[in-house]
Design a protein. Sequence first.
Length: 313
Amino acid sequence: MNVGSRTSFIADRGIDAAHSGQKGTQSVPADSAQHVSVIISTYDQPEWLERTLWAYARQSAAGRFEVIVADDGSGPETRERLDALRSQLPYPLTHIWQIDQGFRKCRALNLAIRSAHSDYLIFSDGDCLPRHDFIATHLQLRRPGRFLSGGYIKLPMTTSRALDNEQIALGNHANYEWLRKHGASADRKLQRLRMGPSRALFMDWCSPAAASWNGHNASGWKSDLIAVNGFDERMQYGGEDRELGERLHRFGIGGLRVRHRALVVHLDHERGYVAPEMIAKNRAIRRAAAKARTKWSEYGLRPGSGVEIASSE
């Protein structure tokens, strides 16, 4: 791994268009080798991350994507698992790791944005298992001048533990009957797994939920994210993803609801990193940005030290 050269590469990539003010002019490539880059955030959840990566291995959009793991300072077990997995996965895998200095997910995501090879980016988390058509759905529904706003189906811990790699290979993480038999409740969100395309489209059309940027399931054009300077790196846990969506809206990039069509199931885990002061700080940043009608974050995409990158390329 040549950390120095790769780090220099991401520091210089894709920033010239930041202030161009151009939006809605992207074109969908006809036959590019990688139509999309999938950016997955993680922190010290190697077991869930491995299951997530195996779920991406059975995507119907085979050969059309790369996966970039944006790692906010996980311990060595995450790196070891990724090194062991890399040669077994049917897609290019890049691991971007930064030194653990507290909750800095936004910085890790910005580094991943800059290293992405595709002009369209899908974002999710390392505890979210995508249904087999997840990437294909985002590719099909992408539009110039829009970002896609998805959701998740949260599973209890008993169901999460039952979803080992074998069950994921069988597609049971998105099998309604299997999940019900293994502890998932038949709530409104789980019912999404039973919807056909027409019903799912109708539910997205009539849903009252805001089309916000949701870090567990969202996608957009790389040029649009660069135009607003990516994620605000001052922000920690609590609305940091929605703040990006709010700036995109003010820039003229509206959200499109896909939460009934682009599906992921969310594995259960504790959130020991959550602190009330983080949420209060983030709310203050969002209020100030809304009042000033901010589109561009002064604390967004930028080079950083303490970054290591391992890639299957």
